[in-house]
Design a protein around this ligand. Structure first.
Ligand code: BV8
Ligand code: ZN
Length: 238
């Protein structure tokens, strides 16, 4: 039996499926990953820009980066990997999609239940009044953007050193622990606490399948690894 046949069997037999996606699932949509070649922006590292300190120091610079990413994402579209997850969700009564991505491509593809661990690039939060509101203006007419109250707005995402949204990890851990099958797609498994969901699922008895061209620090936990682009491999699971 080939790995593909084995993976198809595990998928068919699983009554509950959970999925963890990272920037790699959006690579075939033309959106650069954080740590891959082509990096995310000029000479800056994400860890230098995606922090409250960087924003406090230079909100304009941080917004230039997010504005550039919003423009790229607006030009991109969900790819075959995003769509394959929508199809799997239709077939499974218990399905939870957990994503580290903020690009909104899973929503656009039609996924239902999405746990956005790191927030949403299409939302903003006011530093003054705390308002949390959608904003899809591309490009942003004014950088940095402001709230209707006049306060400075920040991207509606979770930065390094910031807590994930209340209750988010508990829900994600519950989904990972109760999954018979846990798919790990396009993540370098280097950012925590998101990456801890992989050993959590494994410890709870899930079969783990990874889709990634590169091996990563937690690939040893996978029962099966498809080393290649998610857009090519995931649809073959159906
Ligand atoms: C927290 C949103 C606790 C913003 C992101 C020191 C000080 C402070 C904190 C820490 C510290 N040391 C460690 C930490 C914890 C820190 C962390 O993990 N740091 C890392 C760098 C070591 N984590 C945090 O800070 C988290 N919060 O811990 O709070 C706390 C406790 C008390 C009090 C206060 C706080 C918050 C982390 C969230 C950070 N925000 N994003 C934005 O997007 O702008 S993280 C960022 O990295 C993105 O979300 C991204 O998704 C994520 C992970 O990266 P990946 O998705 O995996 O993407 P990457 O580029 O790395 O990899 C792409 C993969 O795809 C590769 O493997 C590649 O091979 C593969 N690929 C490429 N092409 C394809 C493909 N796969 C399939 N198909 C293809 N075609
Ligand atoms: Zn405000």
């Amino acid at each position: 039996m080939t790995s593909l046949e084995q993976a198809r069997e595990w998928l068919a037999a699983a009554s509950s499926v959970a999925v963890l996606t990272g920037a790699g699932i959006s690579a075939e949509s033309g959106i650069p990953t954080f740590r891959g070649a082509g990096g995310l922006w000029k000479e800056y590292k994400p860890e230098d820009l995606a922090t409250p300190e960087a924003f406090a120091k230079d909100p304009r610079l941080v917004w230039e980066w997010y504005n550039w990413r919003r423009e790229l994402i607006a030009k991109g579209a969900p790819n075959a990997a995003h769509r394959a997850l929508v199809e799997i969700e239709k077939r499974k009564t218990r399905f939870t999609l957990i994503t580290q991505n903020v690009d909104g491509l899973h929503d656009l593809a039609g996924s239902g239940k999405i746990l956005k661990l790191h927030g949403d690039i299409w939302r903003m939060r006011c530093m003054e009044c705390g308002a949390n509101f959608p904003n899809r203006r591309v490009p942003l007419p004014k950088i940095p953007p402001h709230c209707a109250c006049g306060g400075l707005a920040r991207p509606g995402v979770v930065w390094f050193g910031e807590q994930l949204p209340e209750g988010m990890m508990q829900e994600a851990e519950h989904a990972a622990a109760s999954a018979q099958l846990f798919l790990v797609i396009g993540t370098s498994a280097t950012v925590y606490p998101a990456a801890s969901l992989i050993p959590h699922a494994k410890k709870s008895g899930a079969r783990v399948i990874e889709f990634n061209p590169e091996p990563g620090p937690l690939s040893n936990l996978a029962d099966c690894v498809f080393q290649g682009p998610a857009g090519e491999w995931l649809p073959q699971l159906l």
